[in-house]
Design a protein around this ligand. Structure first.
Ligand code: SF4
Ligand code: SF4
Length: 234
């Protein structure tokens, strides 16, 4: 189990319960991120859920109903995997790695053909696609709209590169970076240390339902951090 070797930071003033929990989550992200991913991969949550069987059924139907709202409502859902550390993204991809290990895209194409999806292209995307297709930049831009606020080009929707009959991307090897990352989205403001997924993607919604039990590993580790902080305060 996760018992951090380093001691907690000195807490200079008494924190409110909310601040304390936020601090415990921050410490957990710093100290436990790689271990907790391994614990989830190895199924520690199954053992914990057996010890606290009520947890697995707690509000499950309600949570599933909330998740299913993603079918029609745009929102993101935090998942029990650590986001990369911004200071060292290359070496902290454990959570992202486990996500891709377990995520199963059904190839439904919703993310490619649904109007409204923001498919921004960066310079490298545009150059790569043009080179692959032997197109001029002007030709590619004719399939894009200019977002003045973001100062960026975005593919018009439905995506012109989606083949609705063959059900696939016609530029798959050189598709935009944003497509290679979908349905992962940046962390939510209220859950800054966890990965988040777009609830619009059906496979992401299934992933969220299947991994709800992983939160018990997070909760157990947060509780340890809180206990550690309490001990330091005494
Ligand atoms: S919406 Fe999700 S499941 Fe469907 S193609 Fe896109 S990533 Fe795959
Ligand atoms: S570029 Fe390819 S993967 Fe990206 S939205 Fe278009 S069809 Fe889908």
């Amino acid at each position: 189990m996760l018992i951090p070797k380093k001691s907690s930071q000195k807490i200079s003033r008494k924190l409110s319960p909310e601040e304390k929990l936020a601090e415990a989550k921050r410490l957990c992200h710093i100290r436990c991120a790689s271990e907790c991913v391994d614990q989830k991969r190895k199924g520690l949550h199954q053992k914990l859920l057996k010890m606290r069987p009520h947890w697995s059924v707690l509000k499950r139907d309600e949570q599933h109903r909330t998740i299913d709202r993603g079918e029609t409502e745009p929102f993101d859902i935090a998942i029990p995997l650590p986001a990369k550390d911004r200071k060292d993204p290359e070496k902290t991809s454990w959570g992202v790695d486990l996500f891709w290990e377990r995520f199963r895209c059904t190839g439904c194409g919703r993310c490619c053909y649904t109007p409204g999806a923001g498919l921004y292209l960066d310079r490298e995307d545009m150059e790569r696609i043009c080179q692959h297709l032997g197109w001029s930049m002007k030709r590619l831009k004719s399939l894009c709209r200019r977002d003045k606020a973001q100062k960026a080009w975005a593919l018009k929707q439905p995506c012109p590169f989606y083949d609705s009959e063959g059900k696939g991307c016609t530029i798959y090897p050189v598709r935009p970076l944003t497509c290679t990352r979908y349905p992962l989205h940046p962390p939510l403001r209220e859950m800054p240390y966890n990965l988040a997924v777009d609830a619009f993607c059906p496979a992401a919604r299934e992933f969220v339902k299947e991994t709800l039990g992983w939160w018990i590993v997070c909760e157990t580790n947060w509780a340890r951090m809180l206990r550690d902080m309490d001990e330091k305060e005494e």
